[in-house]
Write a protein that binds this ligand. Sequence first.
Ligand SMILES: [Zn+2]
Length: 257
Amino acid sequence: MIVDEFIENPEPVSGFSNPENYWPDFLALLHLLLIKHGEKKFHMVTHGKKYSKNLCNLADKLELKWKVVKGTSLFEYQKQVTTLPQIVIDALGRDKNGIKTKGLVIAKDENTLNDLEDSVLSHSNIGKILEYPDCCVNWFVSNQSSGWEEVYAFIMENSREGTNTPIEEIILNMDQYFEYDYIPESEKRTRKIRIDHITESRETMPFIFFQPCDVCIGPSSPARKLNERYANFAKENYPQLYEIIISEGKKDAKAFR
Ligand SMILES: [Zn+2]
């Protein structure tokens, strides 16, 4: 009943919601249903957005529990092409480590939600909480690290004072210009991710939310297996939702071309 109603009248319930299609919203509904049936433990979105309230309402209707979980952030960096100078790594750590952060989490019961309280909400840990494959989580952190290296090189090339720039100013600029389109390396890398990874996953793995890594865009990968597991759950229990996630996923893929 709730599923039919939502398919009839979908609402934005995801950070990926967009005016072009309802793929993110139907997929969010499926992930809540996976939790309800004990197939998945958590669903998480940014707290305090317009769509988060809609998501809480949907969770209430499905008799799931939700909570704004408090945690701390952590700067994660793995050397890619050229290591960032240690002084920059340290300053980014000082700027980001231990900062209080919040996430809106949905689970089956309150105890499960309370277990997450005071967690480190780093990219790696969020990936683990949401049951993403390790390879894809590592690949995401590597990509972010490349972004930090690219933005540092860009700022150094374009600053008159170069390495004499005060470190606080360097960090501010790095935050501001991270994955900025005018940085050719970042633009090239993120374009490749959009085409080879995001478009590919919307077309052939529309039942997962994360970006599949280099290995996972290949055949019979961990991401493809996970996609298949979620797809089979949908096909068996909510055939109409299964069909519409596939068709809306194809529309969403077009937006990334
Ligand atoms: Zn992977």
